[in-house]
Design a binder for this molecule. Structure first.
Ligand code: ATP
Length: 311
């Protein structure tokens, strides 16, 4: 059995250092919240499976080849000819402000169904990771998330609200019903309201309502301000690791990979959050969504003197 199973859409990603409308060179890679988490976990030595559909095209091959090269199990991923592999464009504007545009409507991945995912949960993984992006992709992906959440395995949801895909009301309507099946909820402070009941109006009340509903741990990402973790019996705040910011895209996914790695390693809440802010720091300190994610040995680099050479 694998340690973690996850599924979702992974796209070809093109990155421009300036305005796309001016043309010029772009770098080609892949991007997908769940596959970013999968790569992060694989680099830390965990056994992880990613499930998804790619188009019968060269960018689909790039997605599969990259995940295979990173040691992610793609035995349940497949090509689907109903649509192309999705595409995401990043353009860097104003230094570290990045604008994203999608070409993903009707993509192969938007045809994912519960039947594609079910076999990948046999034998059951120790953890299943889903994001709030997947139910926004279409009815099939939404039903896959519902079915997977009810499979009886321990589920982690990263709320990951994407305003380009749907509005907050639709997101809340799709995500709130999942709560009774969730073991771990990860959210930014502004995303908690999408999973907590509308009657809860403060962060404290939202966290309490989720714990009350049976969620074992609620983790709040606060960007450069760090993160907080809550269980029924404990509450821990940790600062972010200080690094030079290069590219913040993917920080949240890297953070989740670190958190789940800590959970798999039976670290306590503080240990899980420490690993999460460490992997998050690697993501912001390096270009790309996942390219800079650390191996276990790399984690120690955060404690090195700035400007030092390790020989
Ligand atoms: P994204 O959607 O871009 O992946 P996010 O909004 O989901 O990001 P953030 O809260 O921005 O997630 O970042 C996740 C974690 O990454 C933070 O909790 C923190 O530990 C780390 N992080 C983010 N920004 C910084 C920063 N500027 N310096 C150090 N660590 C950071």
């Amino acid at each position: 059995a694998v340690d973690v199973a996850t599924f979702g859409e992974t796209m070809a990603a093109l990155r421009a250092d300036g305005p796309i409308r001016l043309g010029g060179t772009m770098r080609l890679s892949i991007a997908g919240a769940e596959s970013n988490v999968a790569i992060g976990l694989a680099r830390l030595g965990h056994r992880v499976r990613w499930v998804g559909l790619v188009g019968g095209d060269e960018t689909g091959e790039l997605v599969l080849r990259t995940l295979r090269a990173e040691g992610v199990d793609i035995g349940h991923a497949r090509v689907d000819e109903r649509g192309p592999t999705g595409l995401i464009l990043f353009e860097r504007r104003l230094g570290d402000v990045v604008r994203v545009s999608y070409h993903r409507a009707g993509s192969a991945a938007s045809f994912l169904s519960a039947d594609d995912v079910r076999p990948a949960l046999e034998p059951p993984p120790r953890l299943l990771h889903v994001t709030g992006i997947t139910p926004a992709l279409g009815p099939g992906p939404a039903s896959a998330v519902r079915a997977a959440a009810q499979s009886g395995v321990r589920v982690c949801l990263d709320v990951n609200y994407r305003g380009r895909l749907w509005d907050r009301d639709r997101a809340a309507a799709a995500l709130r019903p999942l709560v009774p099946s969730l073991s771990v909820v990860v959210a930014s402070d502004d995303e908690l309201a999408l999973v907590a009941p509308p009657s809860a109006t403060t962060e404290r009340d939202r966290v309490a309502a989720l714990l009350d509903a049976g969620v074992a741990e609620v983790v709040i990402k606060r960007g450069a301000a760090g993160a907080s973790g809550h269980t029924l019996h404990s509450h821990v705040d940790v600062p972010a690791r200080r690094v030079r910011v290069v590219d913040v895209v993917g920080a949240g996914d890297a953070f989740v990979a670190g958190y789940l790695s800590g959970l798999l390693d039976h670290l306590d809440l503080t240990g899980r959050l420490d690993r999460a802010v460490s992997t998050g720091a690697f993501a912001v300190a390096s270009p790309g969504d996942w390219e800079g994610l650390p191996t276990r040995a790399d984690l120690e680099l955060l404690d090195a003197q700035p400007g030092s050479t390790l020989r």
